[in-house]
Design a protein around this ligand. Structure first.
Ligand code: HEC
Length: 152
């Protein structure tokens, strides 16, 4: 065996137990992990839009449109990501039990965010002022769900 193959073989043995662990993760913790990751990505993708809206970064219509498309794709995952009811589970989460007590309202807020992201995407071609107005609506759509369903 060449050295490169030996290193690869060892690396595989080291990596596999890690993957096994992920499979064995408690399903409530796994669900929380996914929705956490989803929201982190939403935050990451909206950050440049916030910077453009506040003037911290020059307006760039192409970049704005790309970010809006990503937010739409991510927003489409919200209902699946929050499908598992983890109320009462022994996990670290900011998701409030109210999500699973008011599933229709929660889904409505996810839809409102999707509508706002689509409106933002449409506005990116209309110039900076239009994008600013659309950004305010998008930010409100995020906030309106957090106010009801996310702990501080
Ligand atoms: C339909 C409801 C809903 C919408 C819409 C929503 N969020 Fe969230 N968000 C949540 C919930 C619930 C949590 C807490 C998740 C948890 O701890 O499991 C959260 C958490 C977060 C977090 C914290 C992530 C972390 O580290 O735990 C960020 C950042 C975030 N959201 C960004 C956004 C952005 C940006 C938008 C809008 C583009 C948005 N969210 C729209 C419900 C929503």
């Amino acid at each position: 065996m060449s050295n490169a193959w030996k290193i690869l073989a060892v690396a595989c043995c080291l990596a596999l137990p890690g993957w096994g662990l992920a499979d064995e993760e408690d399903p409530d913790a796994a669900a929380a992990h996914v929705r956490h990751a989803l929201m982190e990505l939403m935050g990451w993708n909206i950050t440049p839009l916030g910077a453009m809206a506040s003037g911290d970064r020059p307006y760039d219509a192409d970049k704005a449109a790309t970010q809006a498309q990503r937010l739409s794709a991510l927003g489409n995952m919200i209902s699946d990501a929050f499908e598992r009811n983890t109320s009462g589970a022994d996990i670290r989460t900011e998701a409030l039990d109210a999500i699973w007590q008011n599933p229709d309202d929660f889904a409505g807020k996810a839809q409102a965010m999707l509508d706002a992201a689509a409106a933002y995407a449409a506005a990116t071609g209309d110039g900076e002022a239009a994008a600013k107005v659309a950004f305010a609506r998008l930010g409100k759509a995020c906030k309106s769900c957090h106010e009801e369903y996310k702990s501080e």
